[in-house]
Design a protein around this ligand. Structure first.
Ligand code: ZN
Length: 426
């Protein structure tokens, strides 16, 4: 497998991404649910998401792919290989968006995958293994929580029934909405035997752009801890109550928030920490805050660093409560270890970038992806391309088109590499 890249590149010499066709499809696709500010609004199982799905299925069929929809509405397109019985190489991403989200997140991984199989077909290049491209349902988790629901059921992290029962804020259930838009397929949502999985995605962070490097070879994904904290003090009038007689739950919250900055500056090198959600009660201009409930999010690729940050913040919470005379409660609501991708797949992506003569760097993703779940059932890696200003989940999300094409080119070569069966049968 490792010595095969040169020979593949020779036989692949006619294979190239059709940039103008790709661009045309990308623009046409993003007219669906387009917003005035240049983004897209296609949340999971919305009318716009259905139209995007319909368009994708039409293009899959035009490309000669065998389309199947599974029970979670995950859309697969299969291109047969020379050995139809061999495990396929799977690659793709998602097409649901945030509310008023960006045009690149997920989309380039799915439309890029389609361009890869089109490039093989145009060059009359047949892979040994079958190829399957996929658009996972409900990656964003913005309308139905949790996120990555389609790949989560596929890999056995969630039950199908659990997924169907997820409701949006209006009480519409995932299973019913899937029926309503006609995408509850009958193919079982479970992993068939897969040789490996690749996902092309925008970085959603600033590193590649700042380093002026077009390709990120993704080694894995940060682990994280989520904490829920409650401070309980005493509400009182903001006027007559002297400063030395206050038990202000928000003052302690502010101290803990500042401590997050201190901890991230001194613990490890990649640690990030956020107070993202804060509920203040009674939340009135003339009343001392009696109760604050807030969340903490710590992430690093080093599990020990996350543990250390959690321990330090627990101390800070205790000290802040003591100083202010508060009751408090801390609950870790989620703890996920760092997720290293498969070393052979990481190597494949790096060699693909080298073969195509793109500068690349290895990096770790701060955000979770469908690839995390796939990594539990098959060897997996990802390809990142730069996000301008590190912005995503916003309408202004932008990636230079040449970088999108470069990432797709790397995906194409990585897929060709792993779809080749060597003398060792791998
Ligand atoms: Zn995404």
């Amino acid at each position: 497998m490792f010595n095969s890249m040169a020979s593949i590149c020779e036989s692949m010499s006619d294979v190239s991404i059709d940039e103008s066709q790709f661009r045309k499809r990308f623009e046409a696709f993003n007219e669906i649910g387009a917003t005035d500010a240049g983004g897209v609004n296609r949340p999971s199982l919305s009318a716009e998401n259905k139209r995007a799905r319909d368009q994708l299925v039409e293009w899959f069929r035009e490309a000669g792919l065998d389309v199947r929809i599974d029970e979670m509405g995950n859309i697969f397109g299969r291109r047969e290989g020379r050995h139809p019985e061999a495990d396929p190489v799977l690659f793709g991403s998602h097409i649901d968006s945030q509310y008023n989200g960006g045009r690149y997140d997920g989309v380039i991984g799915v439309l890029g995958a389609l361009e890869v199989v089109e490039a093989f077909t145009d060059a009359e290049y047949t892979t040994d293994r079958p190829l399957e491209i996929v658009a996972w349902s409900n990656e964003e988790g913005v309308r139905f929580q949790p996120d990555m629901l389609g790949s989560g059921v596929y890999t056995g992290v969630f039950d199908l029934e659990y997924a169907y029962e997820r409701a949006d804020k209006d009480g519409n259930r995932f299973g019913e909405e899937l029926d309503r838009i006609g995408y509850r397929g009958d193919h079982p949502c479970e992993p068939d035997d897969i040789h490996c999985y690749f996902e092309l995605h925008v970085e959603q962070g600033p590193f590649l752009e700042q380093a002026e490097i077009p390709i990120g070879v993704v080694e894995g994904v940060f682990g994280f801890s989520w904490l829920n904290v409650t401070f309980e003090g005493q509400a009182n009038h903001a006027g007559p109550t002297p400063m030395n007689m206050r038990q202000d739950a928000f003052v302690a919250t502010a101290a803990v928030t500042n401590a997050v900055r201190e901890i991230t500056a001194t613990e490890g090198t990649d640690l990030v920490g956020t107070v993202g959600s804060v509920d203040v009660w009674p939340n009135a201009i003339n009343v001392i805050p009696e109760q604050v409930e807030f969340t903490l999010d710590f992430r690093s690729y080093d599990n020990a660093v996350v543990d250390a940050a959690v321990e330090r913040i627990r101390n800070e919470i205790e000290w802040a409560a003591d100083r202010e005379g508060l009751e408090y409660e801390v609950e870790e609501i989620m703890r996920v270890d760092a997720d290293p991708f498969d070393e052979t797949c990481i190597e494949t992506v790096a060699r693909a970038a080298e073969a195509a003569d793109y500068e690349y760097t290895r990096l770790v993703s701060g955000a979770g992806h469908d690839a995390n779940y796939l990594n539990t059932v098959t060897p997996t890696s990802m390809i990142f391309v730069p996000s301008v200003d590190g912005v995503s989940h916003r309408e202004s999300e932008y990636t230079e088109w040449e970088d999108v094409v470069a990432g797709t080119d790397v995906l194409c070569r990585a897929v060709a590499d792993r779809a080749t069966i060597g003398a060792d049968g791998e």
